[in-house]
Design a protein around this ligand. Sequence first.
Ligand SMILES: Cc1cc2nc3c(=O)[nH]c(=O)nc-3n(C[C@H](O)[C@H](O)[C@H](O)COP(=O)(O)O)c2cc1C
Length: 397
Amino acid sequence: MKAPVVSRQGRVLANVHNVPEYRAAARRVLPRGIFDYVDGGAEDEVTLRHNRDAFDRWGFMPVWGPVTGPDTTTTLLGRTSALPLALSPTGATRLIHPEGELAVARAADVAGVSYGLAGLSTVPMESVADQFPDLDRWFNFGLTSDRGHMKAKLDRCAASGYRALTVNVDIRALGSRERDRRNGLTAPPRLTLSSLIGIAARPRWWVNSLRAEGIRFPNLEASDSNDSMVSPSMWQQILGHSDSSKGWDDLEALRAAWPGRIVLKGCVNPDDIVRAVSIGLDAVQLSNHGGRQLDHMLSPMDLLRESRQRVGNDIELYVDSGIRRGSDIVKALALGADACSIGRAYLYGLAAAGSPGVSRVIEILADELRRTMTLVGVSSVAELKERGSEVLREVGR
Ligand SMILES: Cc1cc2nc3c(=O)[nH]c(=O)nc-3n(C[C@H](O)[C@H](O)[C@H](O)COP(=O)(O)O)c2cc1C
């Protein structure tokens, strides 16, 4: 007989066995409005649902033969990663857990995978760097036409040792997340009666949030602004993050100004990926922002094979949007991705069990990845990428 686990966190860690179950556990912990902020998508959530179907459309055709390992290590942007997996930037993470981005960074550090800190993160980029100097840190960089301003921001990233910048091309406008609007989680927030009831129904979250420091966005602009979440200037900056005026020349200027790596995030169009190669970017993260921006946008899985065929091995390709299982990672790699990235999966772990919950989600995905690779018949990430077309077929074809 195992001794009973008494703490709530301990019970979650002992009894939750996959990412969908972590989602259910997060739902039990978070107020309705915060859960919806994490879980929801744009408009009718067609893309949000399609992101799962896009993985289910592919099936394995295992090859028989001995398997060793399997070895899940790979190289991303010239650095070894323990898994073909990264943690994507997610804004306002301290809404989900008081330790926020630091809890996520700790789990990424332990797992030996990279973490992209959001521009809208709620801890300063310097704190993550100080506490986790060996973590492979990427920063979600907002393009700006003001070159002086850009330089100040780049200096700040370089001074705190961020190795790569992730630049969005999917936020020309803010996606209309109607769950957030119903819950009053807008910019600035407008708390509705139902959102207040949702908060009252989760007293533990409320107590933890009250004990923690107020939510701020200390990486916005070059400022070390102490503005709180309720100040109008802060919301102007947040809304300013969506900007339809930016184009390829801004990316070229960034390429010229930043000697480190640059990852373009948020496109699925092969023509854009070819263009990213032509201006010397290092990777493209195929993404529809987890279905949070443009509803009815295609999934990375719909265009991944075509994109890889178009660009050959000239650039690294990552896939996010809908990854919930290790088998999803195997499918993406078999179709031409170098790695996958997760957003909600780790946020569910964070909500349910803090940093150990994020670690557990990564372990679950790693375990599923290894088992799937073994059952499919490949011994390493390199072999999976090489023999992908031998082991995967579109279901029904
Ligand atoms: C709550 C939340 C906040 C996010 N904030 C950002 C952000 O600030 N910058 C960004 O590039 N992507 C952001 N994303 C998108 C993720 O980086 C990632 O592309 C997406 O979550 C992948 O889909 P998945 O959640 O199905 O794994 C956010 C996603 C979520 C769920």
